[in-house]
Write a protein of this length. Structure first.
Length: 177
């Protein structure tokens, strides 16, 4: 998938040779989350090897602006592997087709310029174009600014789950069709 987004952004599907580009964005965001928000979930989970697997099995997109990589987003029609049946039961229609979003990452030096908003709109548009009813994902409940960001874009909190002390997640979804 190659496409142009508003603001001079170019989106391409990552290939095997792009692992380091995707990993660079994810690692910079992981370091930012740990340093600025004191959230360590990305630094504990994401590795270069996991990014490599995602590129092989999922639709990992790279976002370029002015020739440089500024962001990434991963789309899949399968739920993330850590969702339990109970997690999935919180979605409005668990059996409905959905695009599951993960790894929405924008380089910290260009955050606040609308890139993440355009990536989420892209996810919505991809779902619509494929006749898929929902866009779904999770986000850290403790990162309230991020949860509010998603809610302002029409995503609703439909449930939650925890992975230990101070690791709470909101399940989010939006019906796009």
């Amino acid at each position: 998938m190659d496409s142009e987004l508003e603001g001079g952004l170019k989106v391409i599907r990552a290939a095997d040779a792009d692992v380091d580009k995707v990993w660079g964005v994810v690692k910079s965001c992981s370091d930012w989350l740990l340093g600025e928000k004191k959230l360590d979930h990305w630094s504990k989970y994401y590795t270069r090897e996991i990014i490599e697997k995602k590129i092989k099995k999922q639709e990992v997109l790279l976002v370029y602006q002015g020739g440089g990589v500024v962001g990434t987003i991963t789309l899949d029609t399968n739920p993330v592997d850590y969702y339990t049946e109970e997690n999935l039961s919180h979605f409005s229609d668990p059996s409905a087709k959905a695009i599951y979003v993960s790894v929405v990452a924008v380089n910290p030096e260009v955050q606040g310029r609308g890139i993440a908003s355009r990536l989420m709109k892209l996810a919505d548009d991809v779902a619509k174009s494929r006749g898929i009813d929902y866009v779904r994902f999770d986000c850290r409940a403790e990162y309230t600014d991020l949860a509010n960001f998603y809610q302002k874009r029409g995503y609703a909190k439909v449930g939650s789950f925890s992975e230990g002390e101070d690791q709470n997640y909101l399940l989010m979804e939006k019906k796009v069709i």
